[in-house]
Design a protein around this ligand. Structure first.
Ligand SMILES: [Zn+2]
Length: 177
């Protein structure tokens, strides 16, 4: 795969603040246990720019509209990145975008706009405040969208394949210096 290396990472929002659900939160909605949250939620106004955290290649970009019963993800973008030295591949996932500027197969540069945060409380984007769900995934990639939560019986992913996004980026920035 022709995947360019990602020498540095930045945060996906100009001011990245986890003021929504943190990584690892056990989440329930309307009394239904969804599982353990595999990303970080940043509540920001609809229309806020979302940027690629590093150079890489878009491997997934699609709209996941909800239904009247269950809100969903809005537009999701997933980017594959490669560590320059170890060549290890990891993925960054951005959900609840109002639109996606990128398509599968496109290369993105570090900090390049991917889309913007979608409107709150819409069928398309989910019935909650406008926010970014941001996740970092280090497990195997199978060309399919990844779940945002994990619970017993979830076979599509494993909890150990996910990293605390803010810690991951901070660590990456520290090592690249
Ligand atoms: Zn989330």
């Amino acid at each position: 795969m022709t995947l360019p290396p990602a020498p540095k990472l930045v945060f996906p929002l100009d001011s990245y603040l986890v003021n929504g659900a943190p990584f690892g939160k056990r989440a329930a909605h309307d009394g239904v246990f969804w599982g353990v949250h595999l990303g970080e939620d940043c509540v920001v106004p609809a229309g806020t720019d979302v940027r690629a955290i590093g150079r890489g290649k878009v491997v997934y970009a699609a709209l996941h509209p909800g239904t009247a019963d269950k809100g969903n993800w809005g537009h999701i973008v997933i980017i594959a990145h490669r560590r320059p030295r170890t060549k290890e591949i990891f993925h960054s996932l951005y959900a609840h975008l109002g639109t996606s500027f990128k398509r599968i197969g496109e290369t993105v540069e570090c900090g390049e706009p991917l889309g913007f945060i979608g409107e709150a409380f819409t069928l398309e984007n989910g019935f909650w405040e406008a926010h970014l769900h941001f996740a970092v995934y280090v497990g195997p990639w199978s060309d399919e969208v990844l779940p945002g939560y994990w619970k017993e019986g979830e076979v599509r992913t494993r909890p150990e394949w996910w990293r605390v996004p803010s810690e991951f980026i901070t660590e990456y920035q520290r090592k690249s210096k």
